[in-house]
Ligand binder design. Structure first.
Ligand SMILES: [Zn+2]
Length: 304
């Protein structure tokens, strides 16, 4: 009887192997991080994203439920470089969860290890509204950076659940292999359009453009996070004519007023592309983002 009680106590204290209770609870700020965490963690983790993929990651309405989610998390994955600075810090503090505070093993900053683009050479005054003061945070739109995050997640999961490490590493290897295969395919589809000039609404596509051979010549926003003025739109019309730009890329969460105005004036095609998960558009896995976006771009550029 005593022995049985001791075994039971041990199981309660250390969790039963393979039991649902032993799963690591991962919370991410955006669902593209969640999609990769799911692929690496498999059935040994529970994953949830605070924001939806069709929300602007810079401006998320923090709900009280976010604090409860953070309170129960074993791991938090955030984008870093001030991506979530407008909404994450206060709810993180309110969560009172030591496991996911700065420099804890349960805190993963996805941008660490990423070669960032658009890093300002001089300090940026945030009061001017620029939401990219530490470099461009939209690095997940290069699948190579998805591989870097997969490696970071797998090594952290190994640290927190050493017994499942070979499983996490096998999942990481399979993910990396699939990214490599699919990237070769995506590059083949984009090969005819190397050097194509594009305009984007927000400065969220430099990593994508660099990987797939597009050239971003301008943005609808004069600075990241600043809405366009009439004067800026006039300049854009000149630019589109001068550079013969055929496509304008925007995310679903921006107003289409300025893009449609530019389309009316210049004939530029407006493409609404997804930067993250969008189940309603069939984007459920990380690689679906690129399948969808490259499909739309190549279709638009095929038309002469
Ligand atoms: Zn941004």
């Amino acid at each position: 009887m005593k022995k049985a009680l001791m075994v039971l106590t041990l199981l309660v204290l250390f969790g039963m192997p393979g039991n649902a209770a032993a799963k690591l609870n991962i919370v991410t700020t955006t669902p593209d991080f969640a999609a990769i965490a799911e692929e690496i963690g498999g059935d040994r983790v529970e994953v949830a994203s605070l924001a939806k993929g069709i929300q602007d990651p810079h401006f998320v309405d923090a709900k009280p439920s976010f604090i409860r989610q953070l309170n129960r998390a074993d791991i938090l994955i955030e984008g870093g470089v001030d991506l979530e600075v407008g909404w994450l810090p206060p709810i993180l503090e309110s969560s009172r969860n030591g496991k996911i505070q700065k420099d804890s093993p349960g805190r993963i900053v996805a941008s660490s290890g990423i070669r960032l683009l658009d890093v300002p050479t001089r300090p940026v005054d945030r009061s001017q509204g620029d939401v990219h003061p530490l470099g461009n945070p939209h690095y997940m739109l290069d699948p190579e950076n998805g591989k870097i995050l997969a490696e970071q997640i797998s090594s952290r999961l190994c640290q927190l659940d050493a017994g499942s490490c070979p499983y996490f590493q096998a999942n990481r290897d399979a993910f990396v292999r699939r990214i490599d295969q699919e990237t070769a395919e995506w590059k083949k589809r984009m090969a005819p359009y190397q050097g194509t000039k594009i305009i984007t609404y927000h400065a969220s596509w430099p990593y994508f453009a660099q990987r797939f051979g597009l050239v971003v010549v301008g943005h609808v926003e004069p600075k990241p996070g600043i809405p366009p003025s009439p004067g800026h739109l006039e300049e854009m019309i000149d630019l589109i004519h001068r550079e013969k730009v055929r496509i304008l890329i925007m995310e679903p969460y921006f107003s289409d007023r300025a893009p449609n105005f530019l389309a009316e004036k210049t004939g530029i095609q407006v493409l609404v592309l997804y930067p993250s998960m969008a189940p309603d558009a069939g984007i459920n896995r990380y690689t679906d983002i690129f399948d969808f976006d490259i499909g739309k771009i190549t279709k638009a550029l095929e038309k002469k």
